[in-house]
Design a protein around this ligand. Structure first.
Ligand SMILES: Nc1nc2c(ncn2[C@@H]2O[C@H](COP(=O)(O)OP(=O)(O)O)[C@@H](O)[C@H]2O)c(=O)[nH]1
Ligand SMILES: [Mg+2]
Length: 308
């Protein structure tokens, strides 16, 4: 089931960039032209120049040592080296009390959708969830999360449009403790690194739950839009400077034409990828699997056709 989701979701990505890679790996001799083509294919797939050159060097050295002549012989080495580059982590729930999770990022990255789908994910695991709409700047943002909460039948704490997001977070943390919920997921408003006042506000808002639960927040998830590539990575850095980000949610990986952005998240931000968004529906947020990600990106394109 999970693999089918990965296959379907990454089919667009693969056609655009990784498709070329799997064709290359399936048919080529290890000639100088092959290495040039492989380099171009990996860069086109958004792995970044630094990572690509490092991988190529490792593979060239290895193939020379082992006397390999055909590209198919380096596939398992490439797979291992790609897997080694990805940082993953398991989310640990606290032993008692609600787990408090913030969802942060720039406008339109997929925060509200992620907050709702994360709640749905935990609900399916039998956890009692609560949502908090701390994006009080736009009335539409609160309404959007409200609709999700209604659809998912999950409690939500909201404030009036324009009200203090810190107050919403305080009320939500208090309610989460009083109603003994397992997971409190807090949606925040989008902001850019150039908006210093908003970055400072985020810092403050993320500290609010501490007043009630000393070890909270347990997770601060940075949502990145996979379609924004390198630009998204640069924006992400300023969030790391402001708050203690636990990991990344890579949203819209299904719409990305360059599926390799996950490698940049690991190599340039040093953060684990915790979840990926592979579509717009409720079930389309999956816990990240490095194996599924790499295998699907390297798999011959026929696999996609067969899965349909
Ligand atoms: N295809 C696709 N669309 C997504 C995904 N996640 C979010 N979206 C869409 O991206 C748009 C912005 O999402 P939203 O959650 O409102 O972003 P926010 O401004 O960060 O809260 C919406 O139209 C979502 O349906 C995803 O994983 N895949
Ligand atoms: Mg939003």
């Amino acid at each position: 089931m999970v693999n089918r989701n990965w296959q379907e979701a990454l089919s667009r990505t693969k056609r655009a960039a990784f498709g070329r890679l799997s064709t290359l790996l399936g048919t080529s001799e290890l000639t100088p032209e092959f290495w040039q083509e492989l380099e171009a294919a990996l860069i086109q797939a958004d792995l970044g120049v630094k990572l690509t050159l490092g991988l190529i060097k490792e593979l060239r050295d290895r193939s020379a040592q082992e006397g390999m002549t055909h590209a198919s012989q380096i596939v398992s080495e490439l797979r291992t080296n790609l897997l080694n580059r990805l940082i993953t982590d398991n989310v640990q729930a606290p032993s008692s009390g609600p787990m408090v999770i913030f969802v942060i990022g720039v406008n339109g990255s997929g925060k509200t959708t992620t907050a709702a789908r994360l709640a749905s994910h935990y609900k399916r695991q039998g956890k009692i969830c609560m949502l908090a709409a701390a994006d009080t700047y736009r009335a539409a943002a609160g309404e959007q999360l409200g609709l999700w909460a209604e659809r998912l039948n999950i409690d939500i704490i909201q404030g009036n449009p324009g009200s203090d997001p810190g107050a919403v977070v305080y009320n939500a943390t208090q309610a989460a403790v009083a109603r003994t919920v397992d997971v409190l997921i807090i949606d925040t408003s989008g902001r850019m690194h150039t908006q210093h006042n908003l970055m400072a506000e985020l810092q403050k808002v993320c500290r609010v739950p501490q007043k009630i639960i000393p070890e909270a927040p347990h997770q601060i998830l940075l949502v990145l839009d996979a379609t924004t590539g390198q630009n998204g990575i640069s924006q992400a850095r300023s969030f790391l400077e402001s708050v203690d980000v636990s990991g990344v949610v890579l949203a819209k990986l299904d719409s990305s034409s360059k599926g390799g952005v996950g490698f940049n998240v690991s190599s340039e931000l040093g953060l684990p990828i915790l979840y990926v968004g592979l579509g717009e529906s409720e079930e389309d947020l999956l816990a990240f699997s490095a194996e599924a990600y790499v295998d699907e990106l390297l798999a011959p394109s026929e696999n996609i056709a067969q899965s349909k």
